[in-house]
Design a protein around this ligand. Structure first.
Ligand code: SF4
Ligand code: SF4
Length: 715
């Protein structure tokens, strides 16, 4: 009969011992899972439960396709898929065997583990067992090559109270234990085949070959039988130990990673949210571990230490004392040391439950180094929300007044004047005075398009040239547009990302009131930061409109025939995806289509679209003092080096006012002046229309006064 005995060669008491070990292993596993759940329940608020069907479907798709794991590292994705599917099939196979031996056969008299079913079962498990081993060997090989992102070296130079070599040990122990289980599983099969030689076991091709190999080196039936007995116990105890260790080791990500993906906020980072009041309601943000939301506590345990966020982070790459991976691992140590399994076992916690998150060992500089660019959130394979977590840490610091003096002064300036330049309201629309045509006041008459201009586009001299160019293009296309004049205030996107929630609410409510009093169909903005907060964050405060970025709108005008480029510009250009337009809002194609419409040839840099590299201005960093250490170029300089390394590129094209400021400066400070010029997308469009260009410096607005608070700190 084509089958085999599960407990061949084991006496009744040995089988009894085996079942007792299973009970012990399961009990330890269950205790660990309960401790984890209790830890997450110590967080603030509850897990999100909205749209459960959608959440589960999304998780199934992401887990089964490995869509997030394989991104920008196809080899790791393939290796993980081999391990994942190998493990899942072996787990299902073991469950089927347990069902047959412990339920179907003894209770129902149903013995299905024989004949064709058994042969198919053997083939399946054999092939997927081999896949598991191949995947593990690939990952071990990748790890042995010591890529920088897996070395756990700290970028902030902090001497940690816990040893990071334990991470290396934990990683190798995880890969090694799975490899051990895979190899001993095959050895077990080979010894059984060498002992009993059933020809139908050719259906387990790799086990069969290994069995033939053992016979070829002289292992006879008796030797194989004795070795099989010992190997059975070694493999079995190793498997039960692995199961028991899952909640306490790196293997925990097998449970926490899918759970993290399920509970993750789809809009994480793009739309920052309020949390329920802290245990001390007068305090906001994250100050101690108990302040963290349950989903964030869970995410800390989901981190596999893959280092992809570390690799993608412009702060880490540029010498800032921040690595998103290190931040997550530090928070994990704090959560674990405060009320995790370690604490439940009576091991003295590393941190008291009331210990401040900042200072143990996360430094304030680490939190302030973040550009809120979303590169980490976007690449994390397990859905960790670094940006909201960092933002909650900032909120507490801002609330306590513990922030960079320059940031504090800028926030005060915005509070007092409504803009980061400290300019009086009436100067906000002075750019509109020298256009040769009137720009409607949307507060006084209905318009088709309400243009929310933004601080930089309204008040920065270089950006005013772009704003005037956009006004000319809109006028030429016959667009019925108007602005809010002095009714507009800073949109608040970066104020919020700097952690000043109260000021953000104040600005948003003021803008919502001003906008709501106007009659219009759509909102246009050339500022991706304003675009993001108007589109994604204002709705929660009562301002819900159709918001369009100027790159999208200009393309619409060209596609509808309202704008007809008359001149092929013919330049070779490269394009920088702004974080708040690209990663935040998925606008990648429209700017590229516009560039093509002007007759320019687009040459892409290495880091494009969702892999774009932040200019360094985001998250309020443009308002803070420099924190960079060492000689690495600033993010904006690094980007210019990348662009000038391309063959003969004339223009560095941007479509964000802060990018205009950052890159005009970086072209000079990186030593590439004269090699490449900056162009805003609108300037290319205007040039291709062959209209009279706006004379440089035609702005009626005076330069911001020194110390106005809006100048880029890094410039
Ligand atoms: S948001 Fe950007 S700068 Fe901040 S930690 Fe993530 S990758 Fe680094
Ligand atoms: S936070 Fe995400 S991307 Fe970063 S190391 Fe952990 S799992 Fe990898």
């Amino acid at each position: 009969m084509q089958t085999r005995e599960t407990f061949a060669g084991l006496s009744d008491w040995q089988i009894g011992v085996w079942y007792a070990l299973i009970a012990v292993s399961t009990a330890i596993f269950a205790w660990g899972v309960i401790r984890l759940v209790l830890k997450y329940r110590r967080g603030r608020g509850s897990f999100p439960t909205d749209r459960p069907g959608r959440r589960l479907a999304r998780t199934a798709w992401i887990v089964l396709t490995h869509a997030w794991i394989k991104r920008r590292d196809g080899v790791a994705g393939l290796a993980h898929a081999l391990i994942f599917y190998g493990f899942v099939v072996l787990f299902i196979g073991t469950s089927i065997l347990a069902f047959q031996d412990d339920f179907a056969k003894p209770l129902l008299g149903w013995d299905f583990w024989r004949g064709p079913f058994y042969l198919g079962y053997s083939l399946f498990l054999d092939v997927f067992g081999a896949a598991l081993i191949v995947g593990l060997l690939i990952l071990a090989w990748k790890r042995a090559r010591k890529p920088a992102r897996l070395d756990y070296g700290r970028v902030d130079g902090v001497t940690s109270p816990y040893a990071r070599w334990r991470y290396q040990v934990g990683d190798w122990a995880f890969v090694g234990s799975l490899l051990f289980l895979g190899v001993t599983g095959f050895l077990l099969e080979a010894l059984r085949i060498a002992e009993t030689e059933p020809s139908f076991e050719k259906w387990a091709p790799f086990g069969w070959l290994a069995g033939q190999g053992l016979q070829a080196i002289g292992v006879d039936g008796d030797t194989a039988g004795a070795a099989h007995f010992r190997t059975w116990w070694v493999h079995g105890i190793a498997a039960l130990t692995f199961v028991a260790a899952i909640p306490f080791t790196k293997a925990v990500h097998m449970m926490t990673a899918p759970a993290s993906v399920t509970t993750r906020d789809d809009m994480a980072g793009r739309r920052l949210v309020e949390l329920p009041p802290t245990p001390k309601p007068e305090e906001v943000g994250y100050g101690v571990v108990a302040d963290l939301a349950p989903a964030h506590l869970l995410q800390l345990d989901a981190c596999t230490k893959c280092g992809k966020c570390h690799d993608a982070c412009p702060a880490a790459a540029s010498g800032y004392p921040l690595s998103p991976r290190d931040l997550i691992l530090d928070l994990r140590e704090q959560a674990e040391g405060t009320f995790g399994i370690r604490a439940s076992l009576g091991v003295e916690p590393l941190f008291a439950s009331a210990a401040n998150l900042i200072g143990n060992p996360i430094r304030p500089e680490t939190v302030w180094s973040c550009m809120q660019c979303m590169a980490c959130v976007e690449i994390c394979p397990v859905g960790i929300e670094h940006v909201p977590i960092i933002n909650h840490l900032r909120r507490r610091l801002v609330d306590r007044g513990e922030m960079d003096a320059q940031l504090q002064s800028t926030l005060e300036t915005i509070y007092e004047s409504g803009n980061s330049f400290g300019e009086p309201k009436r100067k906000r629309a002075r750019w509109a005075k020298e256009l040769g045509f009137d720009v409607k006041d949307a507060r006084k008459e209905p318009v088709e398009l309400l243009w929310f201009v933004g601080d930089y586009a309204s008040l920065d001299p270089r950006n005013i040239r772009v704003t005037q160019a956009l006004a000319r293009v809109l006028h030429h296309a016959g667009v019925d547009f108007g602005i809010l004049y002095e009714g507009e205030r800073n949109a608040g996107n970066d104020v919020r990302r700097a952690g000043e929630e109260g000021l953000f609410t104040d600005l948003a409510e003021s803008n919502i009131e001003a906008i709501s009093a106007c009659e219009f169909n759509r909102i246009l903005t050339s500022d991706p930061h304003s675009f993001n907060t108007l589109k994604n964050e204002y709705p929660a405060l009562g301002g819900s409109w159709d918001v369009v970025h100027h790159s999208q709108f200009l393309l619409e005008l060209i596609e509808s025939g309202a704008l007809v480029p008359r001149r092929e510009l013919g330049q070779r250009v490269t394009y920088h995806d702004p974080c708040t337009l690209g990663r935040y809002n998925g606008v990648y194609d429209e700017p590229r289509a516009l560039i093509a419409a002007t007759g320019c040839e687009l040459v892409e840099m290495q880091r494009v679209r969702d892999n774009s590299f932040c200019c360094g201005a985001g998250g309020g960093r443009i308002w803070m003092s420099e924190l960079k250490q060492g000689d690495a170029p600033r993010p904006s300089e690094s980007r210019i080096h990348e662009a000038t390394a391309l063959e003969r590129v004339d223009f560095f094209v941007v479509c964000c006012p802060k990018d205009v400021t950052m890159y005009e400066d970086a072209i000079k400070t990186s030593g590439h002046e004269g090699e490449i010029e900056l162009r805003e997308l609108t300037e290319l469009v205007l040039e291709s229309l062959d209209l009279e260009p706006v004379a440089a410096g035609a702005s009626a607005a005076p330069d911001p006064e020194p110390g106005g608070g809006g100048e880029p700190a890094t410039a």
